[in-house]
Structure formats: structure tokens, C-alpha cells
Design a protein around this ligand. Structure first.
Ligand code: C2E
Ligand code: MG
Ligand code: MG
Length: 533
């Protein structure tokens, strides 16, 4: 409302609304709504959803409010909310107002209503009247339902989700739909963390139960971001932003979770934005390059391949870890461009390596499910002349957390090209052995955490490594132990039956130029050089 008339909400506090709607007391003939509003103000009576036009008649507003009554019975002011309904007002004012706040599909309140509730909550706070909490909800895998079962089923699912959300929230909170598969829940009044966690869990359970729409059994999940006013945001915009950052965090942790807003999330988002600009600049200036780390076969102790690892040396901050900047590259939508370059550069280098050496390229989740990856791989193989069996694509378990059907289709389509699929960092994420049967992996890489743990005598790590190796060897799948730094670790992994080793002990990632020098000695000498050093 304040924004609609070009003012800041804070400025409206303490201002008499009368001159704003009828500046000179001469707004005649007076619109019905203006008359009704003035009548209520004059009579000191609360009013609900009165629609009225602006002085120039160009815009329409809708307001609700009540008088602030002092102990002595006098009215010291008015408190209420309003919004600009110009766009949605059709014909009769009252119908327009109702429609303006409702989401037609689910019957819930819409974004406008949620914003009004937050504004209302904030005004209550200004008056020292409790907290207001916003939960932002985003459905997991909804897009897949829409794409595979059609929009009609998608719509029915949303309506059913709305009903379950209302049930889960009961009297405690109000549910609204912001659009698409995004919902919001507003909790008025003070709520402690435990109460909110219980509510979030109840919501997640309600959605996790699964749905039956027509002939289809549908399983979706929900991620939830939680922000509290005033501590996490003292305006609707800030509160929305905080809840959105918390939602992002919840999704990042693996779907079907909830997260409370914490100040570091904003700090990180701001730092990421700075890096984002730098990443774009680095891509423009070709500041990214690949480093190659050897992988050795246990039987021969010869190099059988290299993993290509992306490197960025920042002009001011020095080298930045790919764990930090690869997610940013994904977020800014550059992963396809850069990912394509990585594959083609790695293939180009590998084509000139001595016989019997493969190159492994890391593929991120965003890259895998986007169209165009298969084309990039095909083109890189064609241009470099590298045999498809010499290219390994490393993916992590996290790809299975998203849309399974699309993931499996993408993996199958890559496999058709004859390249080898490798499951990277196994054991680090959800460690589900079920993933192994989903796609035809040529190799599993055991995360360095377990290699280190097992060598340190940790029983769980040892048990995990043992079961991975038992399964892989049974399936005839190769295994690489990652992050081998000591001889003891290498010996243990060999003893346990691992087929390949990778780690600083055998060689750190080096640039293509350095690699070319060591390769003159052909394989074995990479180790010989190390021993001499
Ligand atoms: P990753 O694929 O598991 O790569 C192995 C990581 O372990 C690399 O870290 C490597 O430098 C490190 N490493 C190897 N041997 C040892 C060792 O003995 N000790 C220790 N402490 N570390 C060792 P890096 O290069 O920092 O990469 C981290 C992650 O970033 C990679 O994990 C990979 O998931 C991702 N990444 C790297 N390059 C790319 C890329 O080109 N594309 C994508 N999508 N992700 C990449
Ligand atoms: Mg890797
Ligand atoms: Mg790894």
C-alpha cells in the first residue's frame, strides 16, 4: 500500500490517512468506497476490505483497519493494512478484492495476502505485540510430476498439498500459495524454536505421506526455510529474503529438510555475489585452467589415468578451491559453457598421452540433467579423436537426490556413447548401495574420509570400505581409493582389495605443461621422479 502511493511503510506510521484519500475535502462526487472509509474513520469503527480509488481515479486500493483505543476511551490512531488492487479489480469492487487475495487453484490466500499478513504482523510488532514467523515451502520433484503426468495431475496435486498444509497448520498458522510449487506459512504471535521445528516436521510428514491422484501414486517432498520477524528481517521484503536464504540452505542440505535463517547465510550470499562477478571476469579472461592428478593401478603400480581438476587463481585472493567456486559457476548458469570447455580441453590433452591412460572429468549435477551435455561429450571426442572408452565421467551420489527419471535417462544416454561412468566420493553422501544398481558404473571412488579413517583404525570406516569393496568386486566394478597420502594408507587399500590408488603420495594435481615433462619418462617415471625428489 505504502509502496503503491510512493511512500515508505515506516513513513506512514503516525500519518492521518484522511488527507491522502481526500486531500482538500473536496473529492466530490465522492466514490462509494471513499465515503464508506471516511464514515468509518469518523465513527471510530473498525473496517474490513474497503475498496476505494485514488484521488486521480487511476488506481484502486483496498484497506482494512481498526482504531487504537486508549485507556480513557479516546482514539489515538489507526492500525491496518492495505494494498493496490488496480490490476485485479474487475467490475464490482468487492468481488475484485476477494479474487485479488485468493489463489484460484487451491483456494488458499495468494502472495498478496501473505504480504499483507506480514505487514500486519510487523505493525503489531511496532506496537510491541509479539513475533511473526514466515515459513517458505518449496516442493521437491514437483516439476517431474508436471512433466511426466501432465498439468491436470499437477494442478490436482497442488490442491491436495494445499489441503494437507492447512490441516498440518491448523489454527496455529495461515497457509498461502506464492505461485508455482511455492507455498508460505505465516505464524502470528510468539513461537519458540521447538514449536516451529515441530510445525516444520508436521508439514514435512504431511507431504511425505505420498499422494494418490487418479491412477497415480505420487511421492514428493518439501523443503522449508524459516525466518522470524523482527530478528531476521524487520520488513516484509527482508523477511522474505531471509526465509528464501534459509530455504536455499535447506535444499542444499539435501531435499526434504528445513533450515532456520542465520546471519551467515546473508553474508555468504553477498560474498558469493562478489565472487560471481569475479567468476564471470575469470571466464572472459581465460583465467581458469585444468590440473591433472595421476591414478595408479594396484597390480602394476603404473599410471592408468589422470583426473582433470579445475583450477582458478584469483588475481587478489590467490587460488580458490573448486568446492567454493564450482557451485557459483552453477548458480550463474555458466556451468554448461565452462563444463563444455573442461570436457573438450581434457579430451584434447588426453589424446596426446601415452597409450593406456584415461582422463577423468568431474560432472556436476546441474550439468548432468541439462540438455547439451551429451552433445558436448560427442563433440569433444570427435574433435580430439580420443576413444570414448578413454573418457571417464565422474559424478557424485548427489545426482540421485533430484529427479531420478531424468538422471537415469541422462546417464544412459552418456553410456550409449561408450564413455565410462564413475561414481565419485562414494560413502560421503547418502552411501546408498542402491545407487550402484541404478546405472552401469565402471568404477567407484572411495572418499578420502574413509581411506583416512580406515588407516587410523576407525571401525566404521573400515567396515564401510570393506563393504564397498566386497560389493564392487562382486559386481566386477573397479575401485579407486582417493586421497592416499601415506604409505600405510596405500598398503591398507591394496591389502583390502582396492584396484586403483590416487593421492598426494603418488602425485599432486599438475598443469598440462608439467605433465608433459613427466610423461616423457613414460608412466613409471612419475613415481621415479617423486622418489628422487
Ligand atoms: P573430487 O572429484 O573428489 O576430487 C578429488 C579432490 O581431492 C581434489 O580436490 C584433489 O586435489 C584432492 N586430493 C587428491 N589427492 C589428495 C590427497 O592425497 N589428500 C588430500 N587432502 N586431497 C587430495 P580439489 O581439486 O580441491 O577438488 C575438489 C572437488 O571439486 C572435486 O572433488 C570435485 O568434486 C570438484 N571439482 C574439481 N574440478 C571440477 C570440475 O572440473 N568440474 C566439476 N563439476 N567439479 C570439479
Ligand atoms: Mg572427482
Ligand atoms: Mg572424489
Amino acid at each position: 500500500m505504502a509502496v503503491a502511493i510512493g511512500r515508505v511503510a515506516e513513513d506512514m506510521i503516525g500519518i492521518d490517512i484522511r488527507p491522502l484519500i481526500d486531500p482538500h475535502g473536496t473529492h466530490r462526487p465522492m466514490a462509494k468506497g471513499v465515503r464508506a472509509l471516511l464514515d468509518h474513520l469518523d465513527a471510530g469503527k473498525a473496517f474490513h476490505e474497503i475498496a476505494f480509488p485514488s484521488v486521480d481515479g487511476r488506481r484502486w486500493f483496498c484497506v482494512s483497519g481498526r482504531p487504537v483505543i486508549e485507556d480513557d476511551g479516546s482514539i489515538s490512531g489507526w492500525r491496518g493494512v492495505g494494498s493496490d488492487i488496480t490490476q485485479v479489480r474487475a467490475g464490482d469492487g468487492t468481488e475484485g478484492i476477494r479474487v485479488a487475495r485468493r489463489d484460484a487453484l487451491t483456494g488458499l490466500g495468494n502472495r498478496l495476502m501473505i504480504r499483507e499478513m506480514l505487514e500486519e504482523g510487523r505493525l503489531r510488532q511496532v506496537a510491541g505485540d509479539g513475533e511473526c514467523v514466515l515459513l517458505l515451502l518449496d516442493l521437491d520433484r514437483f516439476k517431474m510430476v508436471n512433466d511426466t503426468l501432465g498439468h491436470a495431475v499437477g494442478d490436482q496435486l497442488l490442491a491436495e498439498v494445499a489441503r494437507r498444509l492447512e490441516q498440518a497448520c491448523g489454527e496455529q498458522a495461515t497457509v498461502g500459495r506464492l505461485g508455482g510449487d511455492e507455498f508460505a506459512v505465516v505464524v502470528g504471535g510468539a513461537s519458540d524454536t521447538l514449536t516451529l521445528m515441530t510445525l516444520a516436521e508436521r508439514i514435512a510428514d504431511a507431504i511425505d505421506r505420498g499422494f494418490h491422484i487418479g491412477m497415480s501414486a505420487i511421492h514428493i517432498g518439501v523443503s522449508i526455510g524459516i525466518a522470524r520477524a523482527p530478528s531476521d528481517g524487520d520488513s516484509e521484503d527482508r523477511l522474505m529474503r531471509s526465509a528464501d536464504l534459509a530455504l536455499y540452505r535447506a535444499k542444499e542440505q539435501g531435499r526434504g529438510r528445513f533450515a532456520f535463517y542465520e546471519p551467515w547465510m546473508l553474508a555468504k550470499a553477498q560474498a558469493d555475489r562478489l565472487l560471481e562477478n569475479d567468476v564471470r571476469e575469470a571466464v572472459r579472461r581465460n583465467d581458469l585452467h585444468l590440473a591433472y592428478q595421476p591414478i595408479l593401478d594396484v597390480g602394476t603400480m603404473e599410471v592408468v589415468g589422470y583426473e582433470a581438476l579445475l583450477r582458478w587463481s584469483h588475481p587478489e585472493r590467490g587460488s580458490i578451491a573448486p568446492d567454493v567456486f564450482v557451485p557459483i559457476i552453477e548458480d550463474v548458469g555458466l556451468i554448461h559453457q565452462i563444463g563444455g570447455w573442461i570436457i573438450s580441453e581434457a579430451c584434447r590433452q588426453a589424446a596426446s598421452w601415452p597409450e593406456g591412460r584415461r582422463v577423468a572429468v568431474n560432472i556436476s549435477v546441474a550439468q548432468l540433467t541439462a540438455t547439451g551435455l551429451r552433445d558436448s561429450v560427442e563433440e569433444a571426442l570427435r574433435e580430439s579423436g580420443l576413444a570414448p572408452s578413454k573418457l571417464e565421467l565422474e559424478i557424485t551420489e548427489s545426482v540421485f537426490m533430484g529427479d531420478d527419471a531424468a538422471t537415469l535417462a541422462a546417464l544412459a544416454s552418456l553410456q550409449e556413447l561408450g564413455v565410462r561412468l564413475v561414481l565419485d566420493d562414494f560413502g560421503k553422501g547418502y552411501s546408498s548401495f542402491g545407487y550402484l544398481s541404478r546405472a552401469c558404473f565402471a568404477k567407484i571412488k572411495i572418499d578420502q574420509l574413509f581411506v583416512r579413517g580406515a588407516a587410523n583404525g576407525q571401525h566404521e570406516s573400515l567396515a564401510i570400505v570393506n563393504s564397498i569393496l566386497a560389493l564392487a568386486n562382486g559386481l566386477g566394478v573397479e575401485t579407486t581409493a582417493e586421497g592416499i597420502e601415506t604409505l600405510a594408507q596405500a598398503e591398507l587399500m591394496v591389502h583390502l582389495g582396492c584396484s586403483q590408488l590416487q593421492g598426494f603420495l603418488f602425485g599432486r594435481p599438475v598443469t598440462a605443461e608439467v605433465l608433459r615433462i613427466t610423461q616423457r619418462h613414460d608412466g613409471k617415471d612419475v613415481l621415479a621422479l617423486r622418489r628422487r625428489a
